[in-house]
Design a protein around this ligand. Structure first.
Ligand SMILES: Cc1cc2nc3c(=O)[nH]c(=O)nc-3n(C[C@H](O)[C@H](O)[C@H](O)COP(=O)(O)OP(=O)(O)OC[C@H]3O[C@@H](n4cnc5c(N)ncnc54)[C@H](O)[C@@H]3O)c2cc1C
Length: 427
């Protein structure tokens, strides 16, 4: 059978050792079949196993093969659209519940790391960097908004203060979130997979779900086997393809690219980011960066709509990096890769149930490291019959992309052009 390895990346090159996980052969029976071993699938599996469910996870390639093993590693709180936007679209009561959950994902990650002793280079502190007075004004409102929902580890920074945490002239100010931070994302996923197995969960790699027989007793088919389950959780996100057509029509995979420098000298690394915080700017098409545990700079940015792989990633991302840190002009790039996240029209996640027994969560639209961990908990609660928090997400409106799948890319490319212009003009 074809074997899909990890794409070449700094994360794959520095991954903790893992056991071989054989593909599914023959028929098995379980309580819950989870499709996809990214953070959404692994977090759901872990919460279910902690509550006594029997769980089988099917992964088309390898644990963390998708966005969860390729991302910027930034623990960013809240959702891709903030709570005020949710308040305006669904009303105060539902927004209150969603707002209370907006900071839970980061806590779940830290709990998991501590409980299962996951070695993934956790560092506290994330910076939102403002490129204009308008963006700074937005951060001031965001601080007030987040504090209204009990999130208080925030500090606004003026131009002088932000210079103390990131060595660039690019920013007019920013906001530091000490409950943000960063991790080695693939090692987090691998540690969570080990935790799943320590609780008796089974993970099959190289085992894509190719068909679901729906109904009272659903069955998930892979090329060499099948899983009979009481419930199915679909967690394939941007890599799901057409397995569940209802989900494909309402979302669009988008690529974003990341580069990693050669190891920097300890002095140079410390001069760039003295406190070792991670940084993302406030543009719609944002740049994000951080140091690794071996003093490399990981820098990401750029979006390719429709998830086509760009031919020369370094040519796209290196100029962005040099704009922020011209002092890196002689530094070599050791790794460059692309990964897909799933965009929704509202930029809010899509959570729901198809029929009585197929649950899903997808489409966190760029910021998903914390949300996906929360999603796992919320899905597991729903399977245990506690649906209040699940319903708060499930009743968010889902919009199909205008014109359907064929027109998704041009439509969003127009959107991207509009937001790029907005970022450039600082409006
Ligand atoms: C380059 C990049 C940088 C990012 N940086 C950040 C960041 O710094 N901070 C942040 O908050 N968010 C970031 N994100 C977003 C974040 O990584 C994602 O939102 C999150 O990882 C999504 O997790 P997931 O489990 O839902 O999906 P994925 O991690 O994509 O996992 C889905 C899995 O399902 C599997 N799968 C798909 N179909 C099938 C099938 N039919 N059968 C079996 N398995 C299947 C795939 O192989 C894959 O392993 C970034 C994303 C990318 C791509």
């Amino acid at each position: 059978m074809p074997h899909t390895p990890y794409p070449s990346s700094y994360y794959a090159a520095s991954a903790n050792p893992v056991p071989a996980r054989p593909e599914l052969q023959g028929e098995v029976e379980t309580d819950v079949c989870v499709i996809g071993a990214g953070y959404t699938g692994l977090s759901t599996a872990l919460f279910l196993l902690e509550n006594g469910f029997k769980v089988t996870v099917l992964e088309a390639a390898k644990v963390g093969f998708g966005a969860s093993g390729r991302n910027g590693g930034q623990i960013v709180n809240s959702y891709s659209r903030d709570i005020d936007v949710i308040e305006r679209s669904v009303g105060a009561k539902q927004a209150q519940l969603l707002g209370q959950m907006a900071f839970e994902g980061g806590r779940i990650i830290r709990d998991r790391i501590a409980k299962y002793n996951i070695q993934c280079d956790l560092k506290d502190g994330g910076v939102f960097a403002a490129l204009s007075a308008k963006q700074m004004g937005h951060l001031e409102s965001q601080k007030k908004l987040w504090e209204r929902f009990g999130h208080t580890q925030l500090e606004l920074m003026d131009a002088k203060r932000i210079r103390e945490v990131v060595d660039t002239d690019s920013y007019v100010g920013g906001m530091l979130d000490m409950s943000g931070g960063h991790i080695h994302p693939l090692n987090l996923a691998l540690g969570e997979a080990a935790a799943v197995e320590s609780l008796g969960g089974v993970i099959h790699e190289q085992s894509p779900a190719v068909r679901i027989d729906r109904g009272a007793n659903p069955v998930v088919h892979t090329p060499q086997g099948r899983v009979k389950a009481k419930f199915i959780v679909v967690a394939g996100n941007a890599y799901l393809g057409g397995l569940v057509p209802e989900l494909a029509s309402k979302s669009m995979p988008c690529g974003t690219q990341v580069i990693t420098t050669e190891p920097l000298s300890a002095e140079l690394a410390k001069s760039l980011l003295p406190q070792d915080y991670c940084v993302e700017d406030c543009n719609y098409l944002l740049d994000y960066y951080r140091l690794t545990s071996d003093n490399r700079l990981i820098f990401g940015g750029g979006v390719v709509y429709g998830a086509r792989d760009p031919s020369n990633i370094e040519a796209i991302i290196r100029p962005k990096m040099l704009k922020v840190f011209p002092q890196l002009k002689n530094v070599k790039i050791d790794f460059a890769w692309t990964g897909n996240f799933l965009l929704t029209l509202s930029r809010l996640p899509q959570v729901g149930r198809i029929g009585d027994n197929i649950y899903y969560s997808q489409g966190c639209s760029g910021h998903g490291v914390t949300y996906t961990h929360l999603a796992g908990k919320v899905l597991a609660e729903a399977l245990r019959g506690q649906a209040e928090r699940f319903d708060a997400f499930a009743t968010l409106p889902h919009y199909p992309f205008p014109g359907g799948r064929l027109f998704q890319v041009p439509f969003s490319a127009i959107g991207a052009w509009y937001y790029t212009m907005r970022d450039k003009l600082g409006i």
